[in-house]
Design a protein around this ligand. Structure first.
Ligand code: C5P
Length: 415
C-alpha cells in the first residue's frame, strides 16, 4: 500500500522557496536511507527552511551527527536525558520550535513507536510534545512495508493527520525489489513545501478566467487570439494546491482541467462576463488571466457568409471589459489583472492598476518569445498599490505559485 500525497515535480524545486523561515525539525532514524538525510537537509534549506536535526541511536550507525550538524548549522540532538543538551535547547523547546516535524527516513520501528504514542527516546518524546504537523517518509524492506503491523501503524498515523510521503518502489539495499525505498530528498522537501502552500488559501474561493474568447462572425467563423490558457490553468492548479475552492472560467483551450478545480466553459466575452458576475458574490479572489477579445462583430450572421465580393466589411464593437466590470462591483473581492505588453510594460501595468481599480497586476513583457503566450515559461513583475516584486523566468507553475503567495499575503493585509 502506498500513500502518495501529491504528484511531485523534483525538477522545479530549486526555484521554489516555500519553506522560507519555516522551522523544520528533521528526525532521522536508523535505516540505510539515513545517508540521504544530508541531501534532505540541503534541499530543505534551499527552500528557505531553518533545519534542526534529531537522530536516533540507529541513525548514528549510518551517518554521523557531525555531518548533519555541519550541514544544518545547528547542533544535532541525540539524547533525551542529556543535561547539557537540555540546557541548550530542551526537548519541549525543540518541539515548540518546530513548524514541521519531518521523520525521514522513518523505519518500521519508529513508525510503530510514533503510532503507539511512545516516548522512549528523544525523537518520539519530541513527537508527543510537538503541536506541529508530522510528516513521515517511510524507508524499509518491502516485506516489512507490506507487513500488516506496519500497515496498521501507518493507517493510525494517517488517522491522526500525519502526512506520509512515499515510499517509492524499486531496488532495495537488501537486494529485494518493491515498495519501501525512501522517497527522494527533493520530493520529500517539496512535499513539505506543499504542506505550507496548501494552507495559504484554505477557505477562500478563487475564480480565474483563462484562455482566449471567440467572437462569432457566422456559424463557422470567429475572431480570437493565440492564448493557450496555460497561465490561467497553472494558476488554477496552484490555487487548488493552496487549499482554495477554485473555479476556472475557461475560453476554448485544449488543456485538461487541473484536478480539484471546477471548470466552467465559455466561448465569448459576453458569456465569460455573465458567468463571472454570477460567481462574484461568492468570490474572494478574482484573477483575470483570460486574453479576452477586445472587439466582436457588431452582429453575427446566422448563416455562413458566402464567398463572393472581393472585400467584405466587418463592423466591430468593443467587448465588455470583464475585469473592470467585476472590479467596479467587487466589495470584498481581491481583484487581479494581467498586463501583457511589448513596451513600457511597468508604466502600462501601473496605469491599469489605477484605471481598473485593481488590487494587483501581473505584468508580462510579451516581446520576449521565450515567455508568455503559448510558452511553458513566464517571467513577470507583480505590482500592487504599495509595492512590487519581479519574478524571474520560471515555469508557469512556479510563477503561479509565487503569484498566489503574494495574493494571499496582500489579501490578508486588505482584510
Ligand atoms: O486592458 P487590457 O486588455 O490590457 O487588460 C488586461 C487585463 O484585463 C487582463 O487581466 C484581462 O484578462 C482583462 N480583460 C478583461 N476583459 C476584457 C479585456 C481584458 O477581463 N475585455
Amino acid at each position: 500500500m502506498v500513500w502518495l500525497l501529491t504528484v511531485y515535480f523534483p525538477s522545479l524545486v530549486r526555484q521554489m522557496g516555500h519553506l522560507f523561515n519555516r522551522n523544520v525539525l528533521l528526525g532521522v532514524s536508523g535505516g540505510i536511507a539515513a545517508y540521504k538525510s544530508a541531501e534532505l537537509v540541503r534541499q530543505l534549506q534551499d527552500r528557505g527552511a531553518n533545519v534542526r536535526v534529531i537522530m536516533t541511536r540507529g541513525a548514528q550507525a549510518f551517518i554521523t551527527p557531525l555531518t548533519l550538524q555541519a550541514l544544518s548549522g545547528n547542533p544535532v540532538h541525540t539524547e533525551l536525558l542529556d543535561e547539557q543538551a537540555e540546557q541548550a535547547m530542551g526537548h519541549i523547546e525543540l518541539a515548540r520550535w518546530a513548524d514541521l516535524l519531518l521523520v525521514a527516513p522513518a523505519t518500521a520501528d519508529v513508525i510503530a513507536r510514533l503510532s503507539a504514542g511512545r516516548g522512549d527516546d528523544l525523537l518520539t518524546t519530541v513527537a508527543l510534545a510537538c503541536p506541529a504537523p508530522l510528516m513521515v517518509a517511510p524507508a524499509m524492506n518491502q516485506q516489512m512495508w507490506k507487513n500488516a503491523g506496519t500497515t496498521t501503524n501507518v493507517a493510525a498515523l494517517v488517522g491522526r493527520h500525519a502526512h506520509i510521503v512515499g515510499p517509492a518502489e524499486g531496488k532495495q539495499a537488501c537486494g529485494d525489489t518493491g515498495p519501501g525505498r525512501m522517497e527522494e530528498p527533493s520530493a520529500i522537501a517539496e512535499a513539505a513545501a506543499n504542506l505550507f502552500q496548501r494552507a495559504l488559501l484554505t477557505g477562500k474561493h478563487v475564480v480565474i478566467t483563462a484562455g482566449p474568447t471567440r467572437e462569432k462572425i457566422d456559424p463557422v467563423r470567429y475572431l480570437s487570439n493565440n492564448s493557450s490558457g496555460k497561465m490561467g490553468y497553472a494558476l488554477a492548479r496552484a490555487a487548488v494546491e493552496a487549499g482554495a475552492k477554485t473555479t476556472l472560467v475557461s475560453g476554448p483551450v485544449t488543456l485538461t482541467k487541473p484536478e480539484g478545480s471546477h471548470r466552467i466553459d465559455v466561448t465569448s466575452a459576453d458569456e465569460m462576463l455573465t458567468v463571472c458576475q454570477r460567481l462574484l458574490p461568492q468570490c474572494d479572489i478574482f484573477i483575470a488571466c483570460a486574453a479576452v477579445a477586445d472587439y466582436k462583430p457588431a452582429s453575427s450572421e446566422t448563416r455562413k457568409i458566402k464567398k463572393s465580393a472581393e472585400t467584405v466589411e466587418l463592423e466591430l464593437v468593443r467587448t465588455p471589459d470583464i475585469l473592470a466590470t467585476i472590479s467596479a462591483c467587487a466589495k470584498n473581492t481581491f481583484t487581479v489583472g494581467f498586463a501583457a505588453e511589448t513596451h513600457d510594460v511597468l508604466a502600462y501595468a501601473r496605469d491599469k492598476l489605477a484605471r481598473k481599480d485593481l488590487d494587483m497586476v501581473v505584468a508580462n513583457d510579451v516581446s520576449d518569445n521565450s515567455v508568455g503566450f503559448n510558452s511553458d515559461h513566464n517571467a513577470a513583475t507583480i505590482i500592487w498599490k504599495t509595492g512590487e516584486q519581479s519574478l524571474e523566468r520560471a515555469t508557469k507553475h512556479v510563477i503561479a505559485r509565487k503569484i498566489l503567495e503574494l495574493i494571499a499575503e496582500q489579501a490578508r493585509h486588505a482584510d
